[in-house]
Design a protein around this ligand. Structure first.
Ligand code: PHE
Length: 438
């Protein structure tokens, strides 16, 4: 992006480029790939209800806090925590570590998309898309090659200082992506038995309520909004003058939720129509989408377009994850951006390759019954991201004593924010952890 200049401390060129980058970070695979499958594994409509409750009541506060801490300290994560109190340095280090671990499984899925995109170029038709997905993910060479390609693509943009290419991707491709999504929703809703998918999504069955759902919904909310690993803190540190942080947070949350719900409405009617299992896990989108494409007129062309756009959405999020350790490497160790990117490429490749292989030759390697891929996903989304955020909220509320009136005009709202930051968010987060982990 032009606004992120190559000076010592990059600065966004305009409010719009900052909002777009932050929204681009939020809207990604978390909405299209992760949301439907986590919802499918956690009971459908009831999960959705809990998820929306968490988004509407808690996520707003940690999001604002991250952006504010970045904006006021004007430092990358480790420096930001250190400048609040040198004793907090370890909490700062947790951010780039989380960023690296999240990227390591995210980039595997990015690799899957590259494969599906390439396949759709040569007219991808097969009899059993479920079998294709499982065969492909077990093929170590293809998975690793695609993962490294996706990683390289993202690192390339980071190394160039996030220039016009990404701004273009955010400004033009995201609306295009939204239009295609809308089109696919219409197609999916017209499939036979589509209403069963909608019922699954919107008719909660309270008898299925369990404590794991809360942790899963919390993890999904933090993952999709990019809260916790320090992306928002890092992006916030590039803000120049006073921007309306609260409005930015609302904008991101609203767009992100619209994208997630749209993905669900696109996927679930198709899942039920094709007789697939909603709880089939990470492969859900990769099986249903090709099925849809194979059944609609001009499906081949639409599938190419869809996977390109999904790739762009995934890349804007991938780039934002990489920016956390890159900012830390370059500012703390005085590395050039390019060197920091090279080092990061090696680190992430060495973790994402075993993660990618965990559907094939490393599938037997499990910890707590989870493969490397599942472990990375579970620990970063459900534990590290909310935990980082809890720590930052405690520091912001009790040490920095951030007050709502410093950025909110409305007195009532700012009082609500103060109570939320000091008491409600920490208590709810601790409770959700307790319920989900016990
Ligand atoms: N929010 C992104 C998505 O939904 C993922 C992400 C997580 C990005 C953490 C940055 C940091 O795909």
């Amino acid at each position: 992006m032009r606004g992120l200049m190559e000076a010592k401390r990059p600065i966004w060129s305009s409010k719009i480029s900052f909002i777009l980058a932050a929204t681009g970070s939020a809207v990604g695979l978390g909405n299209i790939w992760r949301f439907p499958y986590v919802m499918g594994q956690n009971g459908g409509a009831l999960f959705l209800l809990i998820y929306i409750l968490i988004i509407a009541t808690i996520c707003f506060i940690p999001m604002i806090v991250e952006l504010l801490v970045g904006k006021t300290t004007k430092k990358e994560c480790v420096g930001a925590y250190e400048s609040i109190n040198p004793k907090f340095k370890t909490f700062g280090i947790m951010c780039p570590v989380t960023g690296i671990l999240v990227s390591s499984f995210y980039f595997v899925v990015g690799g899957w998309i590259i494969n599906y995109f390439l396949k759709s170029l040569i007219n991808f038709k097969c009899n059993d898309y479920l079998k294709y997905f499982s065969d492909f993910t077990q093929d170590g060479v293809s998975v690793c090659a695609c993962t490294l390609l996706f990683l390289f693509g993202c690192v390339f943009f980071n190394a160039r200082g996030i220039k016009k290419g990404i701004e273009f991707a955010n400004q033009v491709l995201m609306p295009l992506f939204a239009l295609l999504l809308l089109f696919l929703i219409v197609v999916s809703l017209n499939l036979p038995n589509a209403h069963l998918g909608l019922e699954y999504m919107f008719k909660p069955d309270f008898s299925k309520l369990n404590s794991q759902m809360f942790l899963a919904a919390l993890g999904q909310a933090f993952f999709t909004l990019s809260i916790g690993p320090g992306t928002l803190l890092t992006y916030g540190s590039y803000i120049k003058e006073d921007k309306s942080i609260a409005k930015t947070a609302y904008t991101i949350i609203i767009f992100d939720t619209i994208f997630a719900l749209s993905a669900g409405i696109m996927i679930f009617p198709a899942v039920f129509s094709f007789g697939l299992e909603p709880n089939s896990g990470p492969g859900l989108v990769f099986v249903t989408l090709p099925e849809i494409f194979s059944q609609i007129p001009y499906g081949e062309i639409i599938s190419v377009a869809f996977f390109i756009l999904l790739l762009c959405a995934a890349m804007t999020s991938g780039i934002s994850m990489l920016e956390i350790p890159i900012a830390t490497f370059s500012e703390r160790f005085k590395m050039t951006r390019k060197k920091a990117c090279g080092l990061l490429f090696l680190i992430i490749a060495s973790i994402s390759i075993p993660a990618g292989l965990s559907f094939g030759i490393l599938s037997g390697m499990t910890v707590f019954h989870k493969t490397i891929f599942e472990l990375l996903d579970f620990t970063t989304s459900n534990i590290m991201m909310p935990l980082n955020s809890l720590i930052l909220c405690l520091i912001a509320g009790w040490v920095m004593k951030i007050k709502g009136k410093s950025f909110l005009q409305n007195e009532k709202l700012s009082k609500l924010f103060d109570v939320g930051l000091k008491y409600v968010v920490p208590v709810v987060l601790i409770l959700l952890f307790y319920m989900g982990l016990k």
